[in-house]
Design a protein around this ligand. Structure first.
Ligand SMILES: C[S@@+](CC[C@H](N)C(=O)[O-])C[C@H]1O[C@@H](n2cnc3c(N)ncnc32)[C@H](O)[C@@H]1O
Length: 337
């Protein structure tokens, strides 16, 4: 990238949406799944996926130029390491992410100008409903969102479990825990711990049938509710991974105050988020921050912003645990009154 002329570099940035959509279409047609048993011609792929063969051929040629799929001299299309990640059955599949980014999130990003002009969520403007209400009302999109969370944040689970010692926690409550994959990773590493997975009713009902949740049936309670009303009490640790970033300061204050009320004085609050560094350095959280503006209407925060939000809600920021990636674990405890 650094060898490109400024003209070329900016042109690549401007054209970024071409790639988003091309990968999205390949994911949507399930091209990678068709190639698991071996290479196929573009014509065969088109007939299996209901596509227009010459156009699919052009799509695959463009993607192959980025290393996503590869055509051999005989015109057979092969999987590549990048294309493998679009398989539905890949353990760290990015297919749900590609499906979601190119679909309703793509449409919401088309509203970015309005977001920057007004500070309001583009998603809400476009769909006339807050994002999580819309997901609850559209179960197909809700299923995709849960899977995309796993696709986007799944690899963080091990990094977070490596970064924090949960062995002193008997009961761990994951607030907005989604499909439970983070909580079950912690339970796996800490055989004496019990977990409570707390989320909205539709999400909990989907989590109930997930294999990784069933595996921990004897140590995991699933509880539905809204963190704007109340959260379960009795935890030694309260987790929130990518929750606070979905909400503005007033909404986050409400969530944190509800947790503070439910929490024992000895319990710990662990917030897994991108903590935005000062300065101009590249940091993926700066892009997630825009995604939060466009989608749920929230924001990623700096250390200073977390400190002041937590203090307002009756917590003391103790320490920020780094992980081997850009995600951090913000540890807070109830402030003495
Ligand atoms: C960005 S996802 C993060 C999911 C999960 N913590 C993870 O890291 O994969 C946000 C989660 O907050 C949940 N959520 C949104 N509004 C909620 C509410 N009012 N009460 C409880 N959970 C809520 C969503 O259903 C979703 O599972």
């Amino acid at each position: 990238m650094s060898q490109l002329l400024p003209q070329q570099q900016l042109t690549q940035f401007i054209n970024g949406f071409w790639v988003t959509q091309a990968v999205h279409v390949a994911a949507r047609l399930g091209i990678a799944d068709q190639l698991v048993a071996g290479p196929l011609s573009a014509e065969e792929l088109a007939s299996r996926t209901g596509a227009h063969a010459p156009s699919l051929c052009r799509l695959l040629r463009a993607l192959a130029s980025l290393g996503i799929f590869r055509a051999d001299d005989a015109g057979q299309i092969h999987l590549t390491p990048l294309a493998e990640l679009l398989r539905s059955d890949h353990p760290t599949s990015l297919r749900p992410m590609a499906l979601m980014r190119g679909d309703f999130q793509y449409k919401a990003w088309g509203e970015l100008t309005g977001c920057v002009q007004t500070g309001q969520s583009g998603f809400e403007h476009l769909f006339q409903q807050p994002m999580f209400d819309w997901l609850a009302a559209n179960p197909e999109a809700g299923v995709l969102f849960d899977a995309a969370m796993q696709s986007i944040h799944g690899r963080e689970s091990t990094q977070l479990v490596d970064a924090y010692d949960f062995s002193a926690c008997e009961t761990i409550i994951d607030i907005g825990g989604g499909n439970g994959s983070f909580l079950t990773s912690i339970l796996k590493r800490n055989p004496a711990a019990k977990g409570v997975l707390f989320d909205l009713p539709a999400v909990i009902s989907r989590a109930r049938s997930a294999d990784h949740v069933k595996e921990f049936a004897d140590r995991l309670v699933l509880q539905e509710g809204s963190f704007f009303e109340q959260v379960p009490s009795g935890g030694d640790a309260y987790l929130m991974r990518h929750i606070i970033h979905d909400w503005n300061d007033e909404q986050s204050f409400l969530i944190l105050s509800n947790i503070r009320r439910a929490m024992r004085e000895t319990a710990v609050l662990l917030i897994a988020e991108f903590v935005i560094p000062e300065g101009n350095e590249p940091f993926v959280g700066k892009w997630f921050d825009l995604a939060m503006l466009v989608g749920p209407g929230g924001l990623e925060r700096t250390e200073k912003e977390y400190k002041s939000l937590l203090e307002r809600a009756g917590f003391r920021l103790e320490i920020i645990h780094p992980t081997c990636s850009e995600i951090s674990l913000v540890e807070a405890r109830p402030a003495p009154v």
